[in-house]
Write a protein that binds this ligand. Structure first.
Ligand SMILES: Nc1ncnc2c1ncn2[C@@H]1O[C@H](COP(=O)(O)OP(=O)(O)O)[C@@H](O)[C@H]1O
Ligand SMILES: [Mg+2]
Length: 247
C-alpha cells in the first residue's frame, strides 16, 4: 500500500534522513522505532507531503506521489506529533474544520465525524470545548481528525506522548480495529513496549539510517540472551550498533 524508496533529507549539513526504504501493507502496522532526533518525524513529514525529499520516492498503491496536489495524497491520513487542535472550539467544530480541508461537507461530513468520534470513544463529548479535555482525549481527537476522510494509509507520529495509560490502551484498541479494517499503519515511537505490542514489523532508525527492519522475533533472535526476556530498545541498540542509546 505504501512504499518508501531511498528517501533522503538534509537540513544544512545535517542529514536527518539517510537512504530510508521500507513498505507497509494493508492490515499491517509498521513500527518506526528510534530515539529522539532519529529522523522519525522528518520521514513521516515527507510521506505526508509536508516536506520535500532531497532524494527518493513515496509510492501509494504502487504509483509515485507527484507533488502536493496529487489526488493519491487523499489516501494518506496524518496524526501529527504536535497536536493540531483548537482549544476554544468543541470537538465537533474541530472535526468540521478538518473535514473542510478534505472537502467533506453536509451528510458525508456528519457521517464521517460520527464514525470517527465513535471509534475513538468521544461521541458523548462532541459538544464540549477541547480545552476541557485531558491530554489523552486530545490525542484521541487528533486521531479522529486524521481518520475523517477514511484514508487507506494512516501515519501516526508518537501518538501516545503525554497520554494516561487508560487512553493509551484505548488508542491501541483503535489501532487494532483499524488494522482489522485493512488500513496500512505507520507508527513512530521511542517506546519499545509499544512496537512490541502493536507492530507486525519493526524498523529501527538512528541518525537518519535504518539499522534494522525485522519482526519482533527476528530482532529477539539477533539479540543474544534476550530470547525469553523482554527486549528493550537499549539492548537492541547495543546489539545492532555496539553502543548504548544516547538520551
Ligand atoms: N526543520 C528543521 N531544521 C533543522 N533541523 C531539523 C529540522 N527538523 C528536524 N531537524 C533535525 O533533524 C533530526 C531528526 O529530527 P526528527 O525527524 O524530528 O527526529 P525524531 O522525530 O525521530 O525525534 C534532528 O537532529 C533534528 O534536530
Ligand atoms: Mg518526532
Amino acid at each position: 500500500m505504501l512504499t518508501i524508496n531511498h528517501l533522503r533529507k538534509s537540513f544544512g549539513s545535517l542529514v536527518a534522513v539517510d537512504d530510508v526504504s521500507f513498505s507497509v501493507e494493508r492490515g499491517q502496522l509498521i513500527g518506526l522505532l528510534g530515539p529522539n532526533g532519529a529522523g522519525k518525524t522528518t520521514t513521516v513529514s515527507m510521506v505526508a507531503g509536508l516536506l520535500t525529499a532531497d532524494k527518493g520516492e513515496v509510492l501509494v498503491g504502487g504509483a509515485a506521489l507527484q507533488g502536493d496536489t496529487d489526488p493519491k495524497k487523499r489516501k494518506i491520513g496524518l496524526v501529527p506529533q504536535d497536536l493540531a487542535l483548537y482549544d476554544e472550539l468543541s470537538a465537533r467544530a474541530n472535526l468540521r474544520f478538518f473535514g473542510a480541508l478534505y472537502d467533506l461537507s453536509g451528510a458525508a461530513l456528519d457521517k464521517a465525524m460520527a464514525a470517527a468520534l465513535q471509534l475513538v470513544g468521544l461521541a458523548d463529548r462532541e459538544r464540549d470545548l477541547v480545552k476541557t479535555f485531558s491530554g489523552g482525549m486530545k490525542r484521541r481527537l487528533n486521531l479522529a481528525a486524521g481518520l475523517l476522510h477514511d484514508p487507506d494509509i494512516l501515519l501516526l507520529d508518537e501518538p501516545t506522548v503525554g497520554v494516561d495509560p487508560q487512553s493509551r490502551n484505548a488508542i491501541f484498541d483503535n489501532l487494532e480495529e483499524l488494522k482489522r479494517r485493512g488500513k496500512a499503519l505507520l507508527y513512530t515511537t521511542h517506546y519499545m513496549e509499544e512496537v512490541e505490542r502493536l507492530a507486525d514489523r519493526i524498523i529501527v532508525i538512528d541518525h537518519g539510517k535504518v539499522i534494522a527492519d525485522d519482526t519482533l522475533s527476528g530482532l529477539q533472535a539477533r539479540t543474544p540472551g534476550l530470547g525469553g526476556e523482554r527486549v528493550t530498545l537499549e539492548s537492541v541498540f547495543l546489539t545492532l550498533t555496539g553502543r548504548s542509546l544516547r538520551d
